[in-house]
Structures are given as structure tokens and as C-alpha cells.
Design a protein around this ligand. Structure first.
Ligand SMILES: *Cc1c(COP(=O)(O)O)cnc(C)c1O
Length: 375
């Protein structure tokens, strides 16, 4: 029987991890332990646990900015980031990316700011560093720019927990706040949950989420790895896909992008326990990027070829400059000013780090052949 490789559907949970996740018992102390570990690791004043990464990011933004402030955002990102910016009542200024690392740089930031020149850009108060797919940004350059323009740096670690910058510092130890997501396929994956460490003096009107998670959210987080595994086991892709669609339709599974922002709820205790375990072993996983990316020629054709070889992609990072596509229109993304982001969204393919090299080799060969054809 031909092996099928699902790049998604909780494929980063091997069998023993599924069991450990599904039956993990959380205690109240796990929440406290996670917070104190984060405080020690990132050197902060206060750690807050949240329902997901976007809620954590919104709390970080509220701690440092005033409604109406503008903030520089990577022009190739996830709708979750946009949602957090909006929840904090800030205005996003999207800066185009470099095709080398999918991050903005000082050149593209300056360009984005000058585009807003007819409107006064003096209200730009901050910058969110994202280290897209785990590719570290040139942090010294960004830091110098931020200092010069009096911008507060927020580090979004959803893709890059454990990643080191060129100067040896770890992501999350540079900015005013380090924001973590524990969502599906992020650097730390407990299906949902998030945290923020406030490292610099902040507004102390910020209230930590204290309500229990909803039972439905708790159950979805518990069982998603089981459901994902079941769908992957249904070797015939259309059957696995159909089951996943059905589970989503009856709300037993929630698409990552639909995970609601909620500033009142904390994560489940078992998620805190699992997140702490994963953060403790980050030095091992943080060395590889979260996903290796390629900018390919005729992606639709290439995807069909990869499917023929048994590689089934469950969605993209990212299919639009702000993904997923079903939310893209809401963003009013400045496509004209971000040509690289538009190009990347049309040409990117990326492979997650959780597969062994041996298992990905046939896919990499197919992709490399495509890149040669282009050249
Ligand atoms: C996924 C993601 C987040 C937060 O995600 P949640 O689903 O809310 O946990 C934040 N930033 C980036 C860049 C992301 O990809």
C-alpha cells in the first residue's frame, strides 16, 4: 500500500503524542508553572495565559498602545494577527516582504510609511516582528530603526519560539512583549491556547483572562489529534477529506482561522501542562525553521504532481498575503504596495519540519525539478 503524507490534519502528532495529549490531566498548578517558566525564560514582569495566540497578541497590544495608534505588520501573515490588531483598536500598516525570508525589512517599512505620507504617519507607534515560518529577521537592523523612530517592538512567536537571531539572542527576548500561540501546527502545538510575557513597563489596566474555557472548546482541543489521525488513516484522500469536512460541519473540529478571539478565557489546564513540556524542549526543535518554503512555478500543476506522489497538502502558509482566503476581503490589503507578498502567496509551497527528511525526499525532488524548469 502506498504511504500517504498529510501535511496537516495533526500530522505532527505521532501515536504516542496523541495518547499523551488526549489523556493529559491538567491541574491548577500547571497554569502557574507555565507562567513562571515563561517569566524566567523571557525575563518579563508579568505572564498572562490566553485562549489562543490572537487573544494573547491583542492583550499585548492593549498593554502598550492606545486605540487609534498605527502598527507595522508583516505583509504576509495570518488573519489572526489582523484580528488582534483590530481588537486592540489599532490600525495595521502592512509592509512588503523580502522573498528571501518572507519578512519585512527597513526598506519595505520605510516604503509603507511613505505611502501613508498624505495621512500623518506620526501615530505609528509599534512594530510586530513575526519571523515568518521560523526565518529570523535581521533583528539588529529592525531594533535600530525602532529606536530611531520611537517604536515599541512586539515579538509574535507563533512561528518562531526557540529560534535564534543572527546575534545569538533568542526570539522573544528583544521586544517589549513576547507573544506565544499554542495553536495547530505552531512552534508549540497543544491545538489551542496562547500566552504573553510583558517584558517592559506596561499599562496595568490589563486584566488576565480568568474564565474557564468553554466545554466545547476544551473537547475540540482534546480530540483533534484523534480526529486528525482517523482522517489520515482513511487512506483514500477523498474519504479522509470528507470525514474532516463532516466533523467541521458539526463543529467537532474548528478550522484554525475560526478560533474566536476572546479576552476573557484562559486555556485548559491540560494545554498549559502540554505547552510547558514542549517549551522545555524547544532548544531541540527551534533550530529548524517551522516550515521550509519554496517559490515554485505553476503551483496548481505541481500540487497535482505532489498529490500523485502521495503528498496531500491541507491548506497553505499562506494562500493570500493575509490568509485564509475566506477572510482576505475583510482586510483591504494594499496589494499594489506589497508586490512581493502577492507573488509569494501565488507561488509558495512549504513543508513542515515534523517529517523526517527521508519521508520528504521524493517531494523535495519533485519541487527541485520544478525550480530547475523555471530556471
Ligand atoms: C497562527 C498565528 C497567530 C495566532 O494564532 P492563534 O490561532 O490565535 O493561536 C499569530 N501570529 C501568526 C503569525 C500566526 O500564524
Amino acid at each position: 500500500m502506498k504511504r500517504i503524507f498529510f501535511l496537516g490534519l495533526a500530522a505532527n502528532f505521532p501515536k504516542d503524542e496523541i495518547l499523551a495529549h488526549t489523556f493529559a490531566m491538567g491541574r491548577k498548578e500547571d497554569l502557574a508553572d507555565l507562567k513562571s517558566f515563561l517569566l524566567k525564560k523571557y525575563g518579563g514582569e508579568r505572564a498572562i495565559l490566553a485562549k489562543n495566540g490572537r487573544s494573547a497578541l491583542a492583550l499585548a497590544l492593549k498593554a502598550y498602545f492606545e486605540p487609534g495608534d498605527a502598527i507595522i505588520v508583516n505583509g504576509f501573515t495570518c488573519y489572526a494577527v489582523y484580528e488582534a490588531v483590530k481588537a486592540a483598536e489599532l490600525k495595521p500598516v502592512f509592509a512588503d516582504i523580502s522573498l528571501d525570508d518572507l519578512n519585512f525589512n527597513t526598506e519595505t517599512i520605510k516604503k509603507a510609511l511613505s505611502k501613508g505620507a498624505e495621512k500623518p504617519d506620526s501615530r505609528v507607534k509599534g512594530i510586530i516582528i513575526q519571523n515568518t515560518l521560523g526565518n529570523p529577521i535581521n533583528v539588529e537592523e529592525i531594533e535600530a530603526f525602532a529606536k530611531e523612530h520611537d517604536l515599541i517592538i512586539i515579538e509574535d512567536l507563533a512561528h518562531c519560539a526557540g529560534v535564534k537571531y543572527a546575534d545569538g539572542r533568542e526570539a522573544g527576548t528583544v521586544g517589549a512583549a513576547a507573544v506565544l500561540s499554542f495553536g495547530k501546527e505552531k512552534s508549540i502545538d497543544t491545538i489551542s491556547g496562547g500566552a504573553v510575557v510583558l517584558r517592559h513597563p506596561y499599562k496595568n489596566t490589563i486584566k488576565a483572562p480568568s474564565k474557564h474555557p468553554k466545554l466545547s472548546d476544551h473537547l475540540r482541543a482534546r480530540f483533534y489529534p484523534c480526529f486528525g489521525s482517523l482522517c489520515r488513516k482513511l487512506t483514500y484522500i477523498h474519504l479522509g477529506g470528507a470525514l474532516m469536512k463532516f466533523l467541521t460541519a458539526i463543529h467537532w473540529v474548528e478550522k484554525s482561522a475560526d478560533n474566536k478571539l476572546d479576552l476573557g478565557r484562559r486555556p485548559s489546564k491540560f494545554e498549559a501542562k502540554r505547552a510547558l513540556m514542549q517549551i522545555k524542549s524547544l532548544s531541540r526543535t527551534g533550530e529548524k525553521p517551522l516550515r521550509t518554503f519554496y517559490l515554485v512555478n505553476d503551483r496548481t500543476k505541481l500540487l497535482a504532481k505532489l498529490k500523485g506522489a502521495g503528498y496531500y497538502f491541507d491548506g497553505f502558509w499562506y494562500e493570500k498575503p493575509v490568509s485564509p482566503v475566506r477572510y482576505y476581503k475583510k482586510v483591504h490589503f494594499p496589494e499594489k504596495d506589497c508586490p512581493n507578498a502577492v507573488f509569494a502567496a501565488e507561488h509558495i509551497i512549504n513543508l513542515p519540519r515534523y517529517y523526517r527528511k527521508k519521508n520528504l525526499e521524493p517531494a523535495i525532488k519533485i519541487i527541485e525539478k520544478n525550480l530547475e524548469d523555471k530556471a
